[in-house]
Write a protein that binds this ligand. Structure first.
Ligand SMILES: C[S@@+](CC[C@H](N)C(=O)[O-])C[C@H]1O[C@@H](n2cnc3c(N)ncnc32)[C@H](O)[C@@H]1O
Length: 237
């Protein structure tokens, strides 16, 4: 089925000249040199970009690449970056399943995954952005010590993801089930702002790549563990 886009999408993207990389595969291995930055962060599923703008504005020395597979959401993020005159953010309209086509070994210092879709059905577990195949793709582009910072409102997804990170050999730190318990303590995403207003606690962890972390390159067979989200809570489904 062909996806229908909002009217004016092409025009709105064109009006954000220079912010969208149409052929990001051509930059693989060359992002920092081409754009003249020493540190580089990748945000997966940036949505409308509240987090993207705030974190990039606060870290002008870091190159932020925001990847999003739905251009109708991404164009709002692009307009925000343009209107706020933020210079260190660029956008990619791609599926995260293809990141190894765009980023090389050790190329990215830090990956942000905020409020990704939980895909609650077992048969869809492979689409969760913390499924083993994704974690291995991330391990291939992060150096040893490189980090994934992950936030979600969804506790079953969070617990399931912890299991995947551990089984894939990542070290975990800064884990909390109530990130804002003592006030706002992070850059907030659009979804996060809504959840905060509803009083929903936010889960957050940082996963650190280690020597023994499984990579896609190493080719170890991967296994999707406990695909059901309820399993992660210990409830039978
Ligand atoms: C629930 S929204 C959260 C948006 C934003 N991070 C926030 O917290 O406000 C999840 C976003 O991730 C994007 N997304 C989901 N899976 C993706 C994938 N495989 N590749 C790229 N983007 C993806 C969706 O299109 C959507 O915009």
């Amino acid at each position: 089925m062909r996806m229908r886009h909002k009217p004016n999408l092409t025009k709105r993207i064109a009006e954000c000249e220079g912010l969208l990389f149409e052929s990001p595969e051509g930059f693989k291995g060359d992002w920092r040199k081409a754009l003249k930055y020493e540190k580089m962060a990748l945000e997966i599923g940036c949505g409308k970009g509240a987090f993207t703008c705030d974190i990039a504005e606060a870290n002008p020395d870091v190159l932020f690449i925001a990847l999003e597979k739905v251009p109708d959401a991404m164009v709002t993020a692009m307009e925000r970056v343009r209107d706020r005159e933020i210079k260190n953010v660029f956008f990619i309209d791609r599926d995260a399943a293809n990141i190894n086509d765009m980023f090389d070994t050790d190329e990215v210092d830090i990956i942000y995954i905020n409020f990704c879709d939980p895909w609650p059905k077992s048969r869809d577990a492979k689409f969760r952005l913390t499924a083993p195949s994704f974690l291995r793709s991330y391990a291939d582009i992060l150096p040893i010590g490189g980090e994934i910072r992950f936030k979600t409102d969804n506790l079953p997804l969070f617990e399931w993801s912890i299991g995947q990170f551990k089984a894939e050999g990542w070290a975990l730190k800064d884990t909390t089930n109530d990130l804002h318990a003592s006030g706002i303590s992070d850059f907030m995403t659009d979804y996060e702002i809504k959840f905060m207003q509803q009083g929903v606690p936010i889960n957050r962890l940082t996963a650190v790549r280690r020597d023994e972390t499984f990579t896609r390159k190493a080719g170890t067979p991967e296994r999707l563990r406990n695909a059901s989200l309820s399993d992660a809570r210990g409830n039978a489904k």
